[in-house]
Design a protein around this ligand. Sequence first.
Ligand code: SF4
Length: 602
Amino acid sequence: MFQTNVNIEQLWDIANIIFPYPSIKKTQKSMILSLLSSQKPILISTETGVGKTAALLTALLTIKKSEEKIIIFVRTKAQINVYLRELSKIFQKIMNNWNLLEDHFENFPIMMPMLGKNELCLKARKDYPGELYTHICRLTKCPLKAKTQRIGKKQLIQTISKLIRSFPQILSADDLYSCFNKEEYCPYFLSYLLMQKADIIIATYPFLENSTLNTRLLYSVSVPLHKTLIAIDEAHNLYRPLNQEIQSNILERAVNEYPNGIYSDLFKKLEQKQIFEVNYSEDLLQVLGEDLLKHLQFQIRNEKLPAIHAYLCYHFILSAKEKKVISDGKKLSIINIMPSDMLKKVHYAQRLTFMSGSFEPIKSYLRLFQIPACKTLRVFPQKEEAKSKYLVLCNQLYNAKYENRDEKYFSSVAKGISELFRSIPGHTLVFTPSYAYINELIETGMFKPDIVETKGQDITTLQTILTNVESKKLILCVTGGKIAEGIEFTYQGRSLIKGVIATALPFPPPSEESNLIYNELSDQFGEKLAREFSIVIPTIQRLSQSFGRAIRNKGDAAVHILLDPRGTRFSREFHFERHQSIERMIQAIEKFFEEKNIDTYA
Ligand code: SF4
């Protein structure tokens, strides 16, 4: 143990001062105490409503010594804003209690987001793809990079002081952009220099996953890795077996835009379904890079449409260098089944915290990440705090396996859905395996959905309908369709969906691609883990994605129902309450909404 109990009590006192809300939930306390009491890397599995962001920031700021820095990696720019929101509340707490915290912090902490070049570049254009920003300075022969990197120490301090005087200690992207734009420095390269002064940096995944960006970031924070506290949010995303792809039409256009032997070779390989290694010689790649960039420079200087597709292919080839690539005949995708390789560069951080709401089964992620001496922690809301109820039907009549899907099965499911819908006081989404399945359900004539998802569904119209109608609606959708993939149905910050019913366990559809990945995983980790990552985890994620449509913000409450009894094997992941009949389920649903005092629609 690196800290004594007395020490933990002192740290806990500090955490209580920093924590940005009037009271700390039990779940947050457990997370904070875990982080305060052990120095080991940790994988934390949480659920919506736990309050993980506030707990993580509080713990890290409590542990952090004045000479150390905190870096948090998040998946999207929107998540940066979630962290900045919590940080501004923490910032107020620190300000109001500075007399108690001055000894702990020594200097008032500065917090900043690290945004990508496409966000901060002054030459940014809407029609440029994100990849083009890798070489944007060279392509546009922009003088600001050199000018910014030559900035003297005195001038830098003056610039930072001005920035801090004009804006609060939490610097947003807009602050950086508006301040430096006027200063005639490049906001992107200046933000690297600013990192020397920042205490907490929030960066997106490319700064972790891309070696060049990661090296530059770790270098710019100007403290060694063992003085850096690193946290990675939504870390299940580190496992993306196919994480970059290029479509055949882009490759085809690249061959026309910029004829080159490498592109033609790649196009030939794409046409045959296969796995191959990208191993073009350094010399060939160098010649392609030099010539192509000169060609693009000329086009940009003369305001001609640049050969974007040729550039995208070149970018793909650089990312795929010495990696395995899979072709399905329509696209090439880079295979990345070993997040552990990428994580090696942060192993020796002072603290390493991984968090996710989709980290189950957590032991499998532990094996996949291969972090030495890593601990795990599972934090779920207390029963009384839970705003979601998960229920699974254990009746074999509803078993959705293919052989079981006869007339009797569809009639039972249709009847079950309409009975359940009556007990749910709001709009309800019903997720089904396919459009053909939807037709079978409707053909039973036993229930009438209000809205049925179609292949070209106009989501905006659907959102408008659900916001304006005065009676609750039953919407039939397809797992993996547009509605399942992140559409929000909210009004004034509250979810309009009170119920989600999944009729079948959403196994990922079998494909040649998934078989190949299974084989690769099996070779590396054995069959059990290969099965988990190619079948079990994708199923859990698809089900979570469907269920996740109902709970979008704090204060939302909903029921999540799985009719397929095969789902009982996921009771641990979803905390399913098991029911033998629809009638019993209805009683539990009515009780839940009564306790939550929810009666949206008559
Ligand atoms: S130096 Fe900055 S502003 Fe200029 S092209 Fe590069 S990123 Fe854009």
